[in-house]
Design a protein around this ligand. Sequence first.
Ligand SMILES: [Zn+2]
Length: 275
Amino acid sequence: MPELPEVEAWVRELDPLVARARIESARPGHIATLKTFEPALAVLSGRSFAGASRRGKNLLFPTDDGELVLRVHLMSAGRLRYLTPGKKGPAKPMFTVRFDDGGELLLTEMGKKKRAGVWLLTPEGLETELAHLGPDALELDADRLGEVLSRDRRQLHSLLRDQRALAGIGRAHANEILWEAQLPPFRISTELSDDEVATLARATHDDLARALELRLAGKGDKDVYRIHGRFGEPCPRCGETLRRVDFEEHTITYCAACQTGGRILKDRRLSRLLR
Ligand SMILES: [Zn+2]
């Protein structure tokens, strides 16, 4: 699933491109993709996008008259790309915005499950839709993070990737950030010292800023992720073997030497099977 750095890199790339020409038409290629009926997509025709922006992992394309916003959420397998005039794109995009210079903004989704979504909203409607999002993870200082952590008694890994608590982080960067901060994934959020909160805030910023720089340079997951998905490989900091805890839908990767004082975390999936 694309997380904040990857989405931010796309936003910066798409920002000038989507504002180059007027919108000719916008249409879904799959029935499940368009999540709103009102306003109708047809009202986009003849308008222009002001550019691209982002809220958490949502991509936003506001019209330059300030009346409408196209919101795109890529979920796990969606991809957005701009096709310059005359370029041939994929046969069955999930959603297409065609510009009057012949350029196209295309949403595609790999795999059978179509989960990516597109919403056409008024600015007020957008605020309602996204009111649940916590503060953006890239613009977080220690005070703000301290507030977020103290509000909820939660395990750090699950809190970090909860969009209501912090917007932008998913499973991959939750692993990366906790490794960077050298904190245990299951540590309880309300039990961190002020120093640990400051360390976690710095680690969040450093990890996301580093990842954004790499994404902007066109680098992929294997350059961006230092420990996520790399269980069994040596920890890049201390050389110990990286470990994992498996859940139904995701895997936590961590270094016991760097993060848990050597303690091996129980594999939840296995213990449930044995019960
Ligand atoms: Zn280590």
